[in-house]
Write a protein that binds this ligand. Structure first.
Ligand code: NAD
Ligand code: TYD
Length: 349
């Protein structure tokens, strides 16, 4: 792989992946990062990378829904591999306004597949980043495997499921060399503060209320974002053409327990000025419609076949994430201004 197209590289996981690839991995080629900078895309996440790797890193502001532009980028930059992150990614937004999810997640993925199809001779790998949410919701027992039937419940997960099917269909029909990974909930540096972990950290730091949906008994399997990046790179290099791999963190937890953990760690690091426990800030709010009860991932295939395991324990990962948000308050301020504020006002009013 010499010319890798990374889509959505200015978002949370994409930025962590580019940082990992250039700063830590053995990848020696170029990265062409295509991102149209939605509210969730922030080029500041890669400002140092632009300076440190002028020969290896190229940023292009472009929309994956623009098929002509994508085809030109594939040709101009001799793209030989793709790591496709770009998506609308927040379930709550997909419930309020699904339109962009259909466009970017389905039509955008289709455009990339078409560009890839027109360069099949040059293409080594199209890696599609997906989610465990395509499998739907579990009861208190069991795990998602790669064979679990798809049963998505939100417009977000349905749009991701559609994109997974398209990628797989291009492999079967046109021999497109591809892999797909379905991963559990990520947390870590650079995550936009609409998702549970950064939202709770930042509200708890400021002594604001901590919204927990429903009874707080919904379970997610949490994965530190760096561990997701090591898994993706392993799959891109060693994963078998046409295969699907689940990625998980072995860290199942009820939302309420996770929120309490964040409160306790923050109280230990930095008491509130009134000396109240941050657990008092927890506010059980109206549940999300169609809220999936439990996600749990069996990532045995990835471990057995490619020798991948997550490194970070949930507590250490959360501690490091809290420290990152405390240290990067200027980033937080800039990210929280503008469009995000408008969203909070309309969403919670
Ligand atoms: P994010 O919302 O932080 O970032 C998405 C990025 O895609 C942004 O930089 C945005 O500007 C860009 N983008 C959006 N629409 C675009 C378009 N039309 N053209 C070009 N760029 C566009 O998302 P994330 O959390 O980093 O998720 C990345 C990928 O990982 C997504 O495909 C998501 O479904 C998947 N995923 C996320 C998680 C998670 O916990 N965050 C878990 C499993 C899988
Ligand atoms: P989220 O971070 O939005 O990820 P996803 O919906 O993709 O799993 O939410 C994680 C869990 O936390 C989910 O069960 C919904 C819940 N949640 C809250 O309880 N309060 C919140 O303010 C948010 C954003 C999420």
């Amino acid at each position: 792989m010499k010319n890798m197209l990374v889509t959505g590289g200015c978002g949370f996981i994409g930025a962590n992946f580019i940082r990992y690839l250039l700063n830590e991995s053995d990848y020696a080629g170029r990265i062409i990062n295509v991102d149209n900078l939605t509210y969730a895309g922030n080029p500041e996440n890669l400002a140092d990378i632009e300076i440190d790797y002028p020969d290896q890193y190229i940023f292009i502001q472009a929309d994956i829904c623009d098929g002509t532009r994508m085809a030109k980028i594939f040709a101009d930059y001799q793209i030989d591999s793709v790591c496709h992150f770009a998506a609308e990614s927040h379930v709550d937004r997909s419930i309020v306004k699904p339109d962009a999810f259909i466009q970017t997640n389905i039509v955008g993925t289709f455009n990339l597949l078409e560009s890839a199809r027109s360069r099949l001779d040059h293409l080594i790998r199209f890696h599609h980043i997906s989610t465990d949410e395509v499998y739907g919701s579990l009861g208190s027992e069991g795990y998602f495997t790669e064979k679990t039937p798809y049963k998505p419940n939100s417009p977000y997960s349905a749009s991701k499921a559609a994109s997974d099917h398209l990628v797989r269909a291009y492999h079967k029909t046109y021999d497109l060399p591809m892999t797909i990974s379905n991963c559990s909930n990520n947390y870590g540096p650079y995550q936009f503060p609409e998702k549970l972990v950064p939202l709770i950290i930042l509200n708890a730091l400021e002594g604001k209320s901590l919204p927990v949906y429903g009874d707080g008994g919904n379970v997610r399997d949490w994965l530190y974002v760096r561990d997701h990046c090591t898994a993706i790179w392993k799959i891109m290099k060693q994963g078998k053409n046409g295969e699907i791999y689940n990625i998980g963190g072995n860290s199942e937890m009820k939302n309420i327990k996770l929120v309490e953990m964040i409160c306790d760690i923050l109280d230990e690091m930095k008491r509130l000025t009134n000396n109240r426990s941050r657990r008092d800030l927890i506010d059980f709010v109206k549940d999300r419609p169609g809220h999936d009860r439990r996600y749990a991932i069996d990532f045995g295939k990835l471990s057995r076949e490619l020798g991948w395991f997550p490194e970070a324990s949930l507590e250490i990962g959360i501690r490091d994430t809290i420290k990152w948000y405390i240290k990067n308050q200027k980033w937080v301020g800039r990210v929280k201004s503008g469009e995000y504020q408008t969203w909070i006002k309309t969403h919670y009013s």
